[in-house]
Design a protein around this ligand. Structure first.
Ligand SMILES: C[S@@+](CC[C@H](N)C(=O)[O-])C[C@H]1O[C@@H](n2cnc3c(N)ncnc32)[C@H](O)[C@@H]1O
Ligand code: SF4
Length: 451
């Protein structure tokens, strides 16, 4: 008889990255010079059949949800909208002058993330898309336009203006439907509001609706999460992200407002996930990658079946491009050779753009070893299995000894596989591929807990 889940959660609840990038941001060591960064973009887009995706970070929110781990700026001053849109376009122009390939290579995806993109008026959002469209060419057949919306601050006109401009995906921040949990996280959002925005999106022809939910919030209970999952399936979003609450109070001081005893931990926290998962899977959702679910009709599910699911800074995606260009404060960009992050402080970002400088905060030029490990981590995080060389297998048998004996991972010939029982511990198993973390364990806490 193996260890009980209670014991496993205690044993494996350790800080571990979510691996939206490899190397993970704290291990970025060599920021590319501006010339190198531009060269990497040009190289990636110079290839035949290359394409790119654009992420735009829209940082403002009117109020702060106390669990929030995103880069936000809290304000009720809407006169900030237009100057910020102007900065984004100016930043795009800085790139277009230096990387002419961006003008001719197909843009497959625009993603507006935040903060709360719906802080911006319908006019401001429409104008932003129009200015982008004046400058670049969209992919004709499979273009994706996606926006993250906060239902509390979404107007029908915003969705209409974007739909007119070909946006077809929408992601609603829901988090939890329970009124007491909502009160504790400073986010009152009645079910009817979420339903209304979902109905608007459907009636306008958005073809994919995603809900973000979180487990591990203060005062969430097995009963409350069961109810939240039932209310979720009643609205039938195509995709659901069920995130583990990332607790990083050393970065986000508002998280210190939670009473420790109110936060579910370890086995209790994971139980919340399992309860929600069982309701979702009983209602036609398939678990995809880590913390994500999709209906059998959704493209993410198709890609999972075909083993071509991709993952980048925006999470799991069915679209793979050669370049992800991030614009706006704190945005992260990605090419096969490097990562690049913009300034995280709004007025520093602003000053640099006004001066006509690329707003680099930091980045990383991948070494040959990084590129190899990045591929492996990506594969393991999307497919839960990977073929190892004989030497790697020997190393894995040592590194993952405990996980093997706890039946969380197993070998099938040269294939390393996460077992069904091992699913909650995917991040722990992925540590095997993280050569940088193995070489230098940080002295202070830099990652949230794996459970
Ligand atoms: C930019 S927000 C989504 C749009 C909008 N701001 C909203 O909240 O409705 C991105 C998502 O990140 C997730 N998130 C934020 N902070 C988190 C944390 N500390 N742990 C886990 N997920 C978190 C939430 O599910 C949230 O919906
Ligand atoms: S969860 Fe969304 S709405 Fe709430 S503070 Fe964070 S970014 Fe803003």
């Amino acid at each position: 008889m193996g260890a009980s889940f209670k014991e496993l959660y205690r044993k494996y609840d350790i800080p571990a990255p979510r691996y939206t990038s490899y190397p993970t941001v704290p291990f970025w060591s060599e920021t590319p010079s501006h010339d190198d960064w531009i060269k990497h973009l040009s190289l990636a887009l110079g290839k035949d059949q290359s394409s790119w995706a654009l992420y735009v970070h829209l940082p403002y929110c009117e109020t702060l949800c106390t669990f929030c781990g995103c880069n936000t700026s809290i304000t009720k001053d809407h006169s900030k909208e237009k100057p910020y849109v102007d900065l984004i376009i100016k930043e795009l122009d800085l790139y277009l002058q230096r990387v002419p390939e961006l003008k001719i290579k197909p843009l497959k995806q625009i993603h507006f993330g935040g903060g709360s993109p719906t802080f911006f008026s319908a006019d401001a959002l429409g104008c932003l898309v129009d200015e982008i469209d004046k400058r670049v060419v969209r992919e004709k057949d499979h273009f994706e336009g996606a926006i993250e919306v906060d239902p509390r601050r979404t107007k029908i006109e915003q969705l209409q203006e974007l739909r007119k401009r070909g946006f077809n995906r929408i992601s609603l921040g829901v988090q939890d439907f329970d009124p007491e949990v909502q009160r504790l996280v400073n986010r009152i959002q009645p079910f009817e509001l979420t339903k209304q925005v979902t109905d608007w999106a459907r009636s306008m022809g958005y073809d994919s609706v995603n809900f973000d939910l979180i487990y591990g919030l203060a005062k969430q209970t097995p009963e409350s999460i069961k109810k939240s999952a039932e209310l979720t399936v009643a609205l039938k979003p195509d995709r659901i992200a069920l995130y583990s609450l990332a607790i990083v109070p050393w970065i986000k001081p508002a998280q210190k407002l939670f009473k420790d005893e109110d936060l579910p931990k370890g086995e209790d926290k994971r139980k919340l996930y399992e309860i929600a998962r069982s309701i979702l899977t009983q209602n036609g959702y398939v678990e995809i990658g880590m913390d994500h679910f999709a209906l059998g009709t959704d493209a993410l599910y198709e890609k999972t079946k075909a083993k071509t699911l991709h993952r980048n800074f925006m999470g799991y995606t069915d679209q793979k491009t050669d370049v992800l260009l991030g614009l706006g404060v704190s945005s992260i960009s990605e090419t096969p050779d490097s990562f690049h992050q913009n300034e995280k402080v709004l007025n520093i970002y602003e000053q640099k753009i006004i001066k006509g400088e690329l707003p680099t905060l930091r980045g990383h030029v991948l070494t040959d070893e990084d590129k190899i490990q990045r591929k492996k981590i990506l594969k393991f995080m999307t497919q839960f299995e990977i073929e190892l060389s004989p030497a790697e297998k020997t190393d894995a048998e040592v590194f993952l000894k405990e996980m093997i004996s706890d039946q969380l991972v197993e070998f099938d010939g040269s294939w390393l596989r996460l077992t069904e029982r091992g699913k909650p511990f995917l991040r722990n198993a992925a540590l095997f591929f993280d050569s940088r973390l193995q070489r230098s364990q940080p002295q202070t806490r830099i990652f949230s807990s794996s459970i």
